[in-house]
Design a protein around this ligand. Structure first.
Ligand SMILES: [Zn+2]
Length: 368
């Protein structure tokens, strides 16, 4: 019996949806609501007054400073809200995307797969959502430039800086419409992830799953996720593809091992390495923290905690990006959130936490 192409598509997606629901991607979010290019221009609910008016606020800041992992991951099924949006871990984006798909198929039983995909893209990748991702992409790219450009000549030579920045500039944001942009990976329409890839022809691109778009809401979560994926373009193992690995990266990797972020036996590129994922987490924290430190001067302590929590809230599960490399190679949530993001000096400064002791955090340092 010949199956209708659209039925085959639905069958495949339903199967994938079941798989995703079981292994759970690392991005589960609520409906999109914010739309601004940066936190400062999103709809911010200002706090009613200073922290002293919110007795719980100072206590929450104190708890965050003492144990960022515990505060980020407590009440795992509760929706967490920050001034720009929320992170909803209850309903997976895949389920939402599959509901959209099922509705299209029910209403248009005579459509072929191309028509179904086109409609799916129209409903999920709306102009408003696409614009929001595009503005986050531009913001993250600019922040990556800033982080690299501010390193002086003792860290990167002119050639190394150029090599890094040219890779940053080569990364394209590859979004539908048209649906044919994902012709080689139609299941991405219902995926929860953002991912980076380098194609066989050397194209470097970021792709965004439709389920992610349906569930995204917090700007902080969006920029952390995008910054993490973007940073893979310049992680030590990806840079090796161009045979130009900046010397200062070696020092950085040694620091990753000293701080316990990277297992000493897994510090060289190749199967089983942890270097690239830790680098991407570390760089994403550098990017997001520059926002936490500067843009939200009007936030109360509680709102700052919530912004920090939502940045990495979806990393609480011991889960599993759908990108195979990440699945195998990233660190535990306690390390990613508690010892990396939660120890970032700017994240801590934004909340008035005491400094991370030198030696517990890593930064670019002069090459040797
Ligand atoms: Zn990654």
């Amino acid at each position: 019996m010949v199956k209708h192409p659209a039925a085959i598509l639905l069958g495949t997606l339903l199967f994938l949806g079941t798989v995703f629901a079981v292994i759970r991607g690392n991005l589960f979010r609520g409906d999109a609501s914010g739309s601004g290019p940066a936190p400062a221009s999103t709809n911010i609910t200002k706090s009613a007054g200073k922290d002293s008016n919110h007795p719980g606020s100072a206590e929450r800041v104190r708890r965050y400073c003492a144990n960022p992992y515990e505060v980020t991951c407590e009440n795992p099924t509760r929706t967490t809200t920050d001034p720009t949006g929320r992170v909803d871990l209850q309903i997976s984006g895949e389920v939402r995307a599959l509901r959209v798909l099922r509705k299209i198929l029910t209403s248009h039983a005579d459509w072929n797969s191309k028509q179904v995909e086109d409609q799916l893209v129209t409903e999920i990748y709306t102009e408003k959502r696409v614009k929001r991702i595009e503005s986050a992409y531009r913001w993250v790219k600019a922040q990556l430039h800033t982080v690299i450009e501010r390193q002086d000549a003792s860290v990167f030579s002119v050639e190394e800086k150029q090599a890094i920045l040219s890779r940053v500039d080569r990364v394209e944001l590859n979004l539908p419409p048209p649906a044919s942009n994902y012709a080689d990976a139609a299941d991405v329409f219902t995926k929860n992830s953002i991912y980076y890839e380098r194609t066989e022809t050397g194209q470097m691109r970021l792709r965004v799953g439709g389920a992610y778009l349906l569930n995204i809401s917090s700007w902080y979560n969006l920029v952390f996720s995008l910054a993490h994926e973007f940073s893979h373009a310049i992680d030590p193992c990806e840079m090796a593809a161009d045979a130009v690995v900046p010397t200062a990266y070696r020092e950085l990797i040694s620091c990753f091992v000293r701080t316990g972020w990277v297992d000493g036996a897994r510090n060289t590129c190749g199967d089983n390495e942890q270097v690239s994922e830790v680098f991407a987490d570390w760089m994403a924290a550098e990017v997001v923290s520059s926002s936490l430190g500067n843009s939200e001067k009007d936030y109360s302590g509680e709102q700052r905690v919530q912004a920090a929590v939502n940045s990495v809230r979806d990393l609480c599960e011991e889960a599993v990006s759908l990108d195979v490399l990440s699945t195998q190679n990233h660190q535990t949530p306690a390390i990613r959130i508690g010892k990396m993001f939660g120890r970032n000096p700017l994240v801590r400064k934004s909340m008035g936490c005491e400094n991370t002791p030198a030696g517990d955090y890593c930064a670019f340092s002069p090459r040797k």
